[in-house]
Ligand binder design. Structure first.
Ligand code: WQD
Length: 336
């Protein structure tokens, strides 16, 4: 079964391509490579032992989508393609709304006209804002996200729910990711942040590798056990495999239209300091860091209650934070 993976050359997309292929699907990538490197395709070929079908272009281009749908007999779509830099989204909101939401609408229109109902949408725990109760379940209130990026995820979810309410022939699953980290254990694909990483793990890896002088911990005066923020760090291969489980779940549905939300996290929280200590343990290196000011928009604690995806799909994360940081470190050393 051919599955279109938009943004399939990106961090989560490329790992999902591996998981899809290993589960017997035929992944078809469409990516404009605006935030991905073509070398990812070589990594995928090395891991899978075969070339992955890839179309270069904008997945909001309806002509291109029509061409791919026809040429590849696509039977489902996993939609990763989106801009995701939280800080940039605040200074360039229209770029984010046009890309993240305009592309989603174009994709949905193309899917409806091509008679392709099944979509998995990449959403984010950022829609929970600063949760009043932890762990967060799918029934936890969606709050006004702190960033434009987060709002494009929230509005994207609303667009899909409205399509379901209107009875459009679409069946979508909205996967709310927590914090994806790590890399494929082969060390052949991984996270390739452009410029100075804003996310913690790539910054830790580059600091550990001596590419950055030190990590700044954004605040240690939060109301948490060690004062640093707590997040639910999920191995990117666990996240990739959750998409395979979600696809199988969609294919078993016998309703013509559907929309449902699932948290995809480990259910375990880890603080910034715990992550630093874990990195030091798996790498055998001391990490140079300093405590700095809080970063605006950070929430003190957020981690998942993953019971619903376990109950309904029989999937749960299986890899540890140690494994994720070990794999991320191997990848960092390979790309030196
Ligand atoms: C984690 C913790 C920082 C960098 C964001 C997006 C989310 C998703 C994942 C796309 C926080 C601290 C970080 C540093 C630090 N993105 N930190 N020093 O903010 O939880 O989530 O990325 O889907 O939608 O919001 O992840 O890795 O940026 O930060 O102390 O140099 O690490 O303060 O507490 P975040 P993060």
């Amino acid at each position: 079964m051919h599955i279109l993976v938009t943004g399939g050359a990106g961090f989560i997309g490329s790992h999902t391509v591996v998981a899809l292929s290993e589960a017997g699907y035929t992944p078809v990538i469409v990516d404009d490579f605006s935030n991905a490197d073509k070398s990812v395709l070589d990594g995928l070929t090395a891991i899978l032992g075969k070339k992955v079908i890839c179309y270069e272009g904008d997945c909001g281009d309806k002509q291109l989508l029509q061409k791919i749908f026809n040429e590849q007999a696509i039977q489902g779509v996993i939609h990763f393609a989106a801009f995701k830099a939280v800080g940039e989204s605040m200074s360039e909101p229209l770029k984010y709304y046009r890309n993240n939401l305009g592309t989603l609408v174009a994709l949905l229109e193309s899917m409806v006209s091509a008679g392709i109902p099944d979509l998995i949408f990449s959403s984010s725990c950022t829609v929970y804002g600063d949760p009043a109760k932890l762990p967060v379940t799918e029934a936890s209130p969606v709050q006004q996200p702190e960033s434009v990026y987060g709002n494009t995820k929230k509005v994207g979810e609303e667009i899909l729910l409205d399509c379901q309410r209107a009875g459009l022939p679409l069946r979508s699953l909205l996967l709310r990711y927590f914090n994806p980290v790590g890399a494929h254990p082969s060390g052949l694909i991984g996270e390739l942040p452009s410029g100075v990483p804003s996310n913690l793990v790539p910054f830790v890896m580059q600091t550990g590798a001596g590419l950055r002088p030190q990590l700044t911990v954004f605040g240690d005066d939060y109301d948490t056990p060690d004062g640093t923020c707590i997040r639910d760090y999920i191995h990117v291969m666990d996240l990739a495999e959750a998409h395979v489980a979600a696809l199988a779940y969609l294919k078993k549905l016998n309703t013509p239209n559907h929309c449902d939300v699932f948290n995809v996290g480990t259910g375990k929280g880890a603080s910034v300091m715990e992550l630093i200590r874990t990195y030091e343990a798996v790498s055998g290196r001391k990490l140079p860091f300093t405590i700095g000011a809080r970063r605006s928009g950070d929430v003190p604690m957020v981690y998942a209650d993953p019971a619903k995806i376990q109950r309904e799909m029989g999937w749960s994360a299986s890899r540890s934070l140690e494994a994720a940081l070990t794999d991320a470190w191997r990848w960092q050393q390979n790309i030196q």
